[in-house]
Design a protein around this ligand. Sequence first.
Ligand code: GDP
Ligand code: MG
Length: 397
Amino acid sequence: MGWFTKKKKGETTEEELQEVQTQETVAEAEEVETEKEISEVPSETVDTEIPAEIPADEPGEAPAPQKKGFFARLKEGLTKTRNSISDSFNNLFKASELDDDFYDELEETLVMSDMGYETTERIVEDLKARVKEEHIKEAQACRDLVINIIRDQMQVDETAYDFENKKTVVLVIGVNGVGKTTSIGKLAAQYKARGKKVLMAAADTFRAAAIDQLKTWANRAGVDIIAQNEGADPSAVVYDAVAAAKSRNTDILLIDTAGRLHNKKNLMDELAKMRRIITREYPEANVESLIVLDGTTGQNALEQARQFSSVTEINGIIITKLDGTAKGGIAIAIQSELNVPVKYIGIGEQIDDLQKFDPNSYVNALFADFDMRSDVEILVDENIENIPKDDDLFDMN
Ligand SMILES: Nc1nc2c(ncn2[C@@H]2O[C@H](COP(=O)(O)OP(=O)(O)O)[C@@H](O)[C@H]2O)c(=O)[nH]1
Ligand SMILES: [Mg+2]
């Protein structure tokens, strides 16, 4: 029995859960106000037209002309993941026989990149079936098959981004520190560059710093923000933001929320309440609920997504910090194990370090260096069509 088969699914879950819990530092808010009170609280609209106070070297300045394209940066970001699996991945296909050892080692390699047990099993089962079907005898012939099978695990439904072209309220949720506020800033800049009318709402009201952080991002992106003071009721902020979005004919309202855990009842109730207010006050708008996950936390991120989706509706996932992780396989695990699409990935702290998740680019970035042969489908250069370029980021469509 191999390394992989000895380790049973679910064994790590409790540990992982505890890890999830320790990420929670936010105090629970008391739900006090009535709906009448909500409408009476005046929100401040911050004028963000002139981002003059941002120093030139802050993230968010216009990308330098020589800045690499997104694919190059994605590849660079995934270097740690590639390095962590490249030796075993390369050696694997030098095996003389396609025996149990070969499959065990393949499993181990995939699990090492945090592709997860379920996904790994699925990939290996798929491979075994294809080997049998196509009478493959050599390990070397399996390499491209494996890469293509992995890619097949990640296809995103074409309708995943329809919300971008509707009147939409995007509710951004997740635990503390995963990158919610940062991702909202990046998204706002992209939507705005595409000609959308964008508004932000600072519904993380626990700390003044959280509100200020979002204001800074609103400045960078050049969009307006609805905010109240620290300690204000998040639902009141949402109420005002929705009213503003309606009267200003906003295309996309991005709502930043406080870090919360699925099992903290008050916080989940508060989220439900925000949703209720949106659907009641703005029934014509589409509500898109995006969960942000920190890619460096690997399987823990998968677990968070699972738990959140069991208690609230989630329409999509943003995986951040893929630039600093050896666990890049997590994006594949999340995509293949949950019935929720990964919609965006973050690969840095700059304003343009966020992109739509493209399975082809992702797999290419993960495996491109492994194969030096020019005739392999997976080896692409940056001129290939499906690789997003920086220009596409700010493309009007
Ligand atoms: N390297 C890297 N850092 C990120 C990324 N996204 C966010 N961060 C950083 O993660 C930290 C927490 O982000 P923040 O947006 O405040 O998280 P929040 O608590 O979920 O709102 C900040 O220092 C961000 O700059 C990313 O894609 N890559
Ligand atoms: Mg935040």
